[in-house]
Design a protein around this ligand. Structure first.
Ligand code: PLP
Length: 419
């Protein structure tokens, strides 16, 4: 089969009668009795899930880490919510808007494993985490610790509080292939002292997919009196966990990533009793200092996006958190296991299955990541993102549950051929 007809065949697999509603639920019922690891490689099952998405046929999308497009089922629900709010107008906004947002936050708290009093819906990870970084009552000489692999917006916010308040930022570098959890814990422990106010860690490093031992790091930091803020942008609805089990103080994430909520949706967890330590991003009056909703004032905003969280959680629960995690890990290992030993390829993601899931990163020796991304798109019709920062030179490869092994074979072929 030539490349054009292959891409067409792959694209066609995403067309047809979309599986939604009861038909989709029945489809998933078929595999409910099977272990997640077995379902992970059942291509006929995942072809049905793929059929519920509208996929652009021009390229193979391996950049689902930026944002997970919505399956038709969530998209249709979102459009319905937009129509309904437009129909009710100001009446909706003045009567049930806030109660509805709260009920979505309660549902999200149940999904993410925390109490509803500890979680608010925000617009994205940037808003959630930058509110904490900017809202701490800093004094000159306080220290903050982070990694050069952390997301740029948060690093910029730390630079801003350094310039405003005289905070000292200490930056570590996370190894791509740690031998043990202890190596990571010690990397951070070495930077903490009596001046440290906040440690920021990624749950999953966005440029490599590396999953950090969050609970161990939090326990170590708390032993030294340091609060921990976790960047969970890529972890929510990607890997299974409960926020309460992480022992962190703050946790921010974007729901438009792995939960497939429409663009512009995020969450912030603040451990009970700690909301009073933070200045809100935008002022809110008449609330108790420790009431987390004090941190949630953003003015009029697209309320339909909040409502779509409900349909996205239902969809995620229907696919099944364990099944989704197993599928994503299977897809990552499917291609990385074929290229790790190639002499021209560098895989920047740990080999240990517990230290990574769907995301991985690979580069070609001697080739700039930007050139690799261009070549993958122009020559192989694969869309990825180039990463050229810290100790990571390569392209981030992010499949979604609907990605087919045949698509990853194209990536493997490309990485094998490129020099
Ligand atoms: C680790 C990490 N943190 C934060 C963000 C920012 O997310 P958003 O733009 O949704 O605020 C991203 C975006 O990719 C990310 O990967």
């Amino acid at each position: 089969m030539n490349k054009r007809s292959f891409i067409k065949k792959v694209a066609m697999a995403g067309i047809g009668v979309p599986l939604t509603g009861n038909a989709l639920a029945n489809w998933v019922d078929r595999v409910n009795h099977l272990p997640a690891e077995k379902v992970a490689s059942d291509e006929s099952f995942w072809a049905g899930i793929r059929g519920g998405y509208r996929l652009k046929p021009d390229y193979i999308n391996l950049e689902n880490g930026y944002y997970n497009i919505m399956p038709e089922q969530i998209l249709e629900n979102y459009i319905k919510q937009i129509r309904e709010i437009n129909y009710q107008g100001a009446y909706y906004m003045r009567t049930v808007q806030f109660d509805n947002k709260k009920s979505m936050a309660t549902k999200l708290a149940a999904m993410t494993g925390c109490s509803p009093e500890e979680l608010i819906i925000t617009r994205n990870t940037t808003e959630s985490l930058d509110m904490i970084i900017g809202g701490i009552h800093w004094k000159s000489g306080d220290e903050a610790v982070m990694a050069e692999q952390d997301y740029g917006s948060m690093q910029e916010m730390f630079k801003q509080v350094a310039a405003r308040f005289g905070v000292v930022n200490k930056i570590v570098s996370i190894p791509n292939h740690p031998a043990t959890d202890e190596e990571i814990v010690q990397l951070y422990a070495a930077q903490l002292n009596s001046n440290t106010r906040l440690l920021m860690i990624p749950h999953m490093v966005n440029i490599t997919g590396h999953i950090l031992p969050v609970q161990k790091i939090c326990d170590m930091a708390h032993g030294k009196g340091v609060a921990v803020m976790v960047d969970g942008a890529h972890a929510i609805a990607h890997i299974e966990f409960k926020i309460a089990d992480l022992h962190c103080d703050y946790y921010g994430a974007s729901l438009h990533k792995w939960l497939s909520v429409p663009l512009g949706s995020g969450m912030l967890y603040v451990k009970k009793g700690k909301a009073g330590d933070i200045w809100p991003l935008l002022a809110e009056g008449g609330k108790d200092a420790n009431d987390i909703s004090r941190l949630n004032h953003i003015g009029t905003h697209p309320a339909a996006t909040d409502l779509a969280i409900g349909a996205a959680i239902d969809y995620y629960n229907m696919i099944g958190p364990a099944r989704k995690e197993a599928r994503l890990r299977y897809l990552q290992q499917y291609w990385t296991s074929k290229v790790r030993s190639l002499p021209n390829v560098i895989v920047n993601t740990p080999v240990d299955a517990a230290r990574c899931c769907g995301i991985a990163n690979a580069g070609i020796k001697g080739m700039k990541p930007g050139e690799l991304a261009d070549t993958l798109l122009k020559k192989y019709k694969i869309y990825t993102v180039a990463i050229d920062s810290a100790n990571v030179q390569g392209c981030r490869i992010t499949p979604n549950v609907f990605t087919m092994p045949e698509e990853l074979d194209v990536l493997v072929k490309a990485l094998t051929e490129l020099k």
